[in-house]
Design a protein around this ligand. Structure first.
Ligand code: F6R
Length: 365
């Protein structure tokens, strides 16, 4: 039931503190400063023997895979590649024996993802699922995996399943890191960062009313650009996809620095750019990218850390987020983008929970 919310999408956006708690419940081993998963069906020795990881999925799940790539490479120092399931299935890439393949899927029924997993499994690779729906086709086909425990996601646009995927991938990065070169202290720090995620997402949800006002300002745009770097690049892609699918406004996500290699030609007074620019390693560079857009007359909406005078001086609108550890930024920074697409779609009279031409699970290849 909607429990007083106007749409399932809004309800599911607001459920995220709880769904993140459920993704983490019982999965920390504080004594060893690591995370534990019951269903991987791999011994620590087998897990330690993994030398390369492939993450595959479609749509929003593919975006969470990109988040996983950054996190696993950074914390576990294992090479990761991210593949669209529909391409992996037919490209026939060489895959080494010590490669572990993860299929990411909310529904567990996506035909392209299922086909990719069955094909890698047929070739003898160990194939796991990161999935929300218990007992779904992909959960059954995989050799093991990790459930999201996000609860049913009814809105066609994926919201809470996405943040739960980011959460599980962050825990997986911790798990793999602790099998390799991550120290006990570093493991403890990551656990404490992860435990802050539900509270930080709760705080981020306070931006709802402000986001609604910003949405009212830009609801008639025909094109919107989403820009971010490093971990905020997948967030930009996800923000753009959410807007496209439920408001039918054309949107593109880019790594912010790629702007100057072409897309900046699109910038004009009618084309807003959403910059995701929290404090962090590429902060100064993103500020420079914002200046480039501003110099060409493009309106700027910034998603930034609290009290950031730099960003406030440049952007037309600033949405403030809690300043959190990079490990949990993907879960926090996407919140205003989910809300932005929700409010714009609503203002444009779109059917938020059932966007045209889309189905909740795509069971054709
Ligand atoms: C976007 C969306 C789709 C799905 C994609 C994969 O909001 O819902 O892009 O993410 O169809 O679906 P799952 O994760 O069920 O495999």
């Amino acid at each position: 039931s909607l429990q007083g919310y106007q749409h399932y999408m809004l309800k599911e956006i607001f459920e995220q503190p709880e769904s993140l708690r459920n993704a983490m419940r019982g999965r920390f081993d504080d004594e060893n400063a690591t995370s534990v998963f019951g269903g991987l069906n791999l011994t620590p020795q087998q897990m330690r023997g993994v030398r390369r990881i492939i993450l595959t999925g479609c749509g929003t799940s593919w975006h969470s895979a990109l988040v996983g790539e950054y996190l696993i490479e950074q914390y576990a120092r294992l090479p990761v590649s991210v593949e669209y399931a529909s391409e992996l299935r037919y490209r026939n890439p060489p895959i080494e024996n010590d490669t572990l393949v993860f299929g990411l899927t909310q529904s567990g029924e996506t035909a392209d993802t299922l086909a990719a997993l069955l094909e890698t499994k047929r070739k003898g690779h160990r194939t796991l699922a990161i999935c929300n729906v218990i007992g779904s086709s992909i959960a059954q086909a995989a050799d093991g995996g990790i459930y999201l425990h996000a609860g049913p996601e009814i809105g066609v646009a994926s919201t809470k399943a996405y943040t739960s995927q980011c959460c599980v991938l962050a825990m997986l990065a911790l798990h793999l890191g602790r099998l390799h070169n991550l120290s006990f202290e570093a493991g403890q720090q990551l656990i404490s960062a992860l435990k802050q995620a539900p509270g930080a997402v709760q705080e981020a949800l306070h931006c709802n009313e402000q986001v609604r006002q910003v949405a009212a300002k830009y609801k008639d745009a025909s094109n919107i650009l989403y820009l971010g770097r490093q971990l905020n690049f997948p967030t930009a892609l996800e923000g753009a996809l959410k807007l496209k699918e439920i408001s039918y406004i054309h949107a593109e996500g880019y790594p912010a620095a790629e702007m100057k290699h072409g897309p900046i030609a699109l910038v004009d007074a009618q084309t807003p750019s959403v910059f995701i620019v929290p404090q962090g390693s590429t902060y100064e560079k993103v500020i420079a990218n914002m200046e480039e857009v501003k110099a060409r007359g493009g309106p700027i909406i910034a998603v930034a850390s609290k009290d950031d005078p730099h960003v406030e001086a440049i952007a037309d609108d600033v949405i403030h987020l809690p300043d959190v550890d990079p490990l949990i930024q993907p879960m926090v920074n996407v919140i205003p983008l989910q809300l932005f697409s929700y409010h714009i779609a609503l203002m444009r009279g779109c059917d938020v929970d059932k966007p045209r031409n889309l189905a909740k699970s795509v069971t054709v290849e």
